[in-house]
Design a protein around this ligand. Structure first.
Ligand SMILES: Cc1cc2nc3c(=O)[nH]c(=O)nc-3n(C[C@H](O)[C@H](O)[C@H](O)COP(=O)(O)OP(=O)(O)OC[C@H]3O[C@@H](n4cnc5c(N)ncnc54)[C@H](O)[C@@H]3O)c2cc1C
Ligand code: FES
Length: 241
């Protein structure tokens, strides 16, 4: 599906995080993603955080342009793409930074989810009050402004039937070392061009993240030597973490 959508609201969630709401509710499973196109700028992958919205952290040129868009502006969306999460009966959601937003729709579709949330500082812990109404919430911040001081692995090991993890790659790699791989599902990111499995740009040790992922079971990630080690830049050059 390709659709041109109009921006209804650009909400600033924190210093670097914005949610863009648009006038269309695309159908997707939690964990699937959309290629978002800004005319004249380019196209990049984003996960829905709301049925009609995406949440972004300003990192470079594209996200800077997205965060500056005013209501009424039109953008394109292409998708849904990728596999998404399987259905879980009992799940602990582990989110770091803007990865917390990427887990919101999975939380809404889960029964009694538990949350382990990590950020650099309090303002990065999104949807805290909303998540507290859904289940138990445990928080860490690097500066100690909310919850336990330190990184999210301070909360691990943590007993659960399943785990869904989304955040910076080194945070996910550290979680992987503490979690049972057959019960853990990680949403990983790679630079994408075609997003439909043709160009190979998003390869992680031979797995195409756009079609084989972006959600991978821990048992699959253990076979990917590139995970937590290196990824390809836009130019195709290797970038080491
Ligand atoms: C399936 C998927 C879903 C995503 N969902 C979201 C989301 O919901 N919210 C959000 O803020 N971002 C999400 N991203 C990342 C997003 O697509 C952008 O790549 C990122 O926000 C930076 O884009 P930029 O052009 O502003 O910065 P750039 O200038 O391209 O990059 C800034 C920094 O981020 C690194 N980077 C860029 N693209 C990627 C990538 N795809 N994977 C790993 N590192 C990268 C660059 O090497 C650089 O260090 C997702 C990525 C994927 C693959
Ligand atoms: S982005 Fe082209 S194969 Fe994944």
């Amino acid at each position: 599906m390709r659709e041109i959508v109009k921006i209804l609201e650009n909400k600033r969630e924190s210093e670097l995080i914005h949610t863009i709401f648009f006038d269309f509710e695309p159908k997707a499973r939690p964990g699937q993603f959309f290629m978002v196109w800004i005319p004249g700028i380019g196209e990049k992958p984003f996960t829905l955080s709301y049925s009609n919205g995406i949440t972004l952290k300003i990192a470079g040129e594209f996200t800077k342009s997205l965060a500056a868009l005013e209501p009424g502006r039109e953008i394109g969306i292409r998708g849904p793409l990728g596999n998404g999460y399987p259905e879980f009966k009992n799940i602990t959601l582990i989110g770091g930074g803007v990865g917390i937003a990427e887990l919101r729709l999975l939380a809404l579709s889960s029964k009694n989810p538990t949350f382990l949330l990590g950020g650099r500082t309090e303002s990065e812990i999104l949807y805290l009050e909303e998540f507290k109404k859904m289940g138990d919430v445990h928080v860490t911040t690097d500066d100690g402004s909310l919850g336990k001081k330190g990184v999210i692995t301070k909360l691990l090991p943590f007993h659960s039937e399943n785990y869904a993890i989304c955040g910076p790659e080194m945070m996910m790699k550290a979680c992987m070392e503490e979690l049972p791989p057959e019960k853990s599902f990680f949403a990983i990111e790679r630079y994408m061009k075609c997003a439909v499995g043709l160009c190979g740009q998003c390869s992680c040790s031979g797995w195409r993240v756009c079609v084989d992922g972006p959600v991978f079971k821990g048992t699959e990630l253990l076979k990917m030597n590139d995970f937590g080690k290196r990824r390809r830049e836009k130019s195709g050059r290797w970038l080491y973490f």
